[in-house]
Design a protein around this ligand. Structure first.
Ligand code: KG4
Ligand code: ZN
Length: 364
């Protein structure tokens, strides 16, 4: 079985993985940097790229060792080249290009958003391979810290953006909501934990209506939550003063607000999916991105697909958050479609080609 080494370093995770041509994950190593960024309440780009530099070679070596595949048996190497923090992307992409050059194997510069979209095809253990041919044209949804985007998928490399957030991504909004509630970094998972047992009806949010009915907006939800937690501010901008802080919340009120915010964000996702499927029915929905590790969202997506008779292609939790298996997996999909790889001059870029709203025939 042909194996690809994947590398991912777009933000604060240094990751390497080996995936074979049946999309079975042979190894999946992720070195997180949560501890390095926790005191700042978010990712500091310069700290992230320096940490990647220290970790990249040991992480690559560990991925090969755990897979039991010698470097000489790897048939291609792939790295996320966009979107992400440039300093961080550069570390992983340069390591992959060096591997490609030294080992004389093809290099695939992969779009991180496309990799998230198809991470549900990765196989772990005895999970059977889904039958791809019957799934297109499909709907695609990426909900991560940087993206909240809806796609019409003609194939794995023909993805058309049909809706996206006009302000915050869902993950970003979850992180900020967690911060407003006084919960520690990383926000999304802590918001989910805090929401357990809370009353999701405690605070009602409205569903934003936008000129493009498939677009998302999370900023109104954030403002509503902020005013609920701290009161309506006196004054404007930096001079604004609030009557309360998150420390004034009781534990049960905090939990109610977390549950309500989570519910509103999920309801908006499901609402946009319904609108997209009403416009153009599809046999399958591919989902991916860090927020898909949220249990309430997973339950809602499964119920929505079941009600419409659609196949849900959803990654296991560990392949939802940033990982390198999805990068290697997407390189395999490109290879299956006859793509022989990229020139080593492929640049690293801060923005996804998929997020630009154009309809690239060939998505790297
Ligand atoms: O895909 P990802 O790992 O990185 C990006 O490409 O952005 O997504 C990270 C995002 C963060 O905003 C994080 O808070 C969110 O995914 N996230 C969650 C959960 N786990 C991660 N949000 C809600 N519930 C979770 N369990
Ligand atoms: Zn991601």
């Amino acid at each position: 079985m042909e194996c690809i080494l994947g590398i991912e370093s777009s933000c604060d995770e240094t990751a390497a993985a080996v995936v074979d041509s049946s999309l079975r994950v042979r190894s999946n190593v992720v070195a997180s940097q949560y501890d390095l960024h926790a005191e700042y309440g978010g990712v500091v780009p310069e700290i992230a790229s320096r940490a990647h530099l220290e970790r990249i070679l040991p992480v690559m070596r560990k991925a090969l060792d755990e897979a039991g595949i010698p470097a000489g048996k790897i048939v291609a190497v792939a790295a996320g080249v966009r979107p992400g923090l440039i300093g961080s992307l550069l570390v992983g992409a340069s390591a992959a290009k060096a591997f490609s050059w030294a080992r004389m194997v093809p290099f695939y510069g992969v779009d991180h958003v496309a990799a998230h979209l198809f991470a549900g095809l990765l196989r772990d253990g005895d999970r059977p391979a889904p039958e791809l041919s019957r799934m297109f044209p499909a709907l695609g949804l990426v909900v991560s810290g940087g993206h909240t985007s809806l796609f019409r998928l003609e194939s794995a490399v023909d993805c058309r953006l049909i809706g996206r957030t006009i302000d915050d991504a869902v993950g970003e909004a979850m992180d900020k909501a967690a911060n407003m509630l006084g919960l520690p970094h990383p926000g999304g998972p802590n918001l989910e934990r805090c929401a357990v047992g809370g009353d999701a009806q405690a605070l009602r949010f409205s569903n934003p209506q936008l000129p493009n009915a498939l677009d998302f907006s999370l900023s109104g939800l954030k403002t509503k939550l902020l005013y609920e937690v701290r009161g309506v501010p006196q004054g404007r901008g930096a001079a604004a003063t609030f009557a309360r802080t998150s420390a004034d919340l009781s534990a049960s009120r905090r939990s109610d607000l977390a549950a309500s915010f989570q519910r509103a964000a999920i309801e908006q996702v499901i609402d946009r999916l319904s609108r997209a499927a009403d416009l153009a029915p599809a046999p399958a929905l591919f989902v991916g991105g860090g927020v898909v590790s949220n249990e309430s969202l997973r339950v809602a997506l499964a119920a929505w697909c079941a009600a419409r008779g659609m196949t849900l292609v959803v990654p296991e939790r560990r392949f939802c958050v940033d990982n390198a298996a999805m990068i290697a997996g997407y390189a395999h999909l490109r290879r299956r479609l006859g793509d022989a790889g990229d020139d080593l001059s492929v640049p690293t870029e801060p923005v996804s080609l998929l997020a630009r709203g154009s309809a690239p025939k060939r998505v790297q």
